[in-house]
Design a protein around this ligand. Sequence first.
Ligand code: PLP
Length: 397
Amino acid sequence: MINTYMQALGDEPSAIRELFAYGLQRKEQIGADNVFDFSLGNPSIPAPQKVSDLLCEMAQLPPQQVHGYTPAAGLPSVRQAIADSLNRRFGEDYTAGNLYLTCGAAASLSITLKALLEPGDEVIVIAPFFPEYSVWVECHGGTLVPVQARPDDFQIDVDAVAQAITPHTKAIILNSPNNPVGVVYTRPVLEELAAMLRARTEQTARPIFLISDEPYRELVYGSVEPAWIPGIYSNTIVCYSWSKSLSLPGERIGYVLVPGSVDGFERVYAAVNGAGRALGFVCAPVMFQRIIERCADEAVNIAAYEANRKALCAVMDQAGFDYIAPDGAFYLWVRSPESDAQAFSDRAKEHELLVVPSDSFGVGGWIRLGYCVDEQVIARSAEPFKALAAEYGLNPR
Ligand code: PLP
């Protein structure tokens, strides 16, 4: 009668959404200042002033220019402006014809997987991973193959990836800077991965694509610079959005980049257009296409995230929790003092601390804290975190 897989997806509870809903309810009961919600990845830094100024300017344009259809892949001038910006930054020679504009990174990934996958294809993901990967891979006929990251630093375990490759492997999804860990993959690790993939491809004559999911590309701290992955492995397709880099997650704007160096470029780019058409992801929001044309080189000032990162790490040190020091994104990955992360998250709730158990990301034993929050939330959470740590007998570091 209906697609039962879709029904099950719609009915499936989401740990993150449930925590967030619980937090809203709890704030009503005991006051917003007494609940410490680290559950969501919703940017807390406002979009740059230039975006608001351009919005006012857009309102003066003829309605058809800001409300009308554009070509399915997006306005050529907008795609060219994005290509020019990438070329300036990464020394490439992309054109409008390498880009397909989308409704955010979610659409970019869904389109890319739909474009690449044939029934029975396998897609490797590095665990812990963004939970929606499993939905998109499975919906487009593929099988998800999680490979654990290295346990000490959560970089890619290249030997483990090599072992997971089979004749059915079509693609590997990478996400750097990473949600949920905050790790940024180093150039040597990416080069090692690329060399292994090139050797494999030569043996089998079947290309393996890297799909680089990069919504956090501009969110890096200190002197860390994320490597430009298509410059390391030519068979890379980039899925990007301005959801985090311009704090515009509700505006739904992003792109798929298919570099000319991708194996069978013309067929792949045609398949991306076909997948966009099949999924109804055509003509990304036009007002924001035009805004991006003028903001292609902009990003939010991440000073507030950097301060939050430092403050939250200090809170963890004072309480005695172990964590992975993040180089990017806005998440802190903290070791659960008991192996059951869900049980630990439930216990944290008793202190009004809302933290996401790692099971949602395909691994056990950790929790994720989103520090895209008001600085006061972090400051006020210090005592409850200490009290929680004391229940587990942890000592300040
Ligand atoms: N990929 C990762 C790793 C994310 O964390 C997110 C959103 O949080 C997305 C993709 C989806 O991004 P968008 O909101 O641009 O669709």
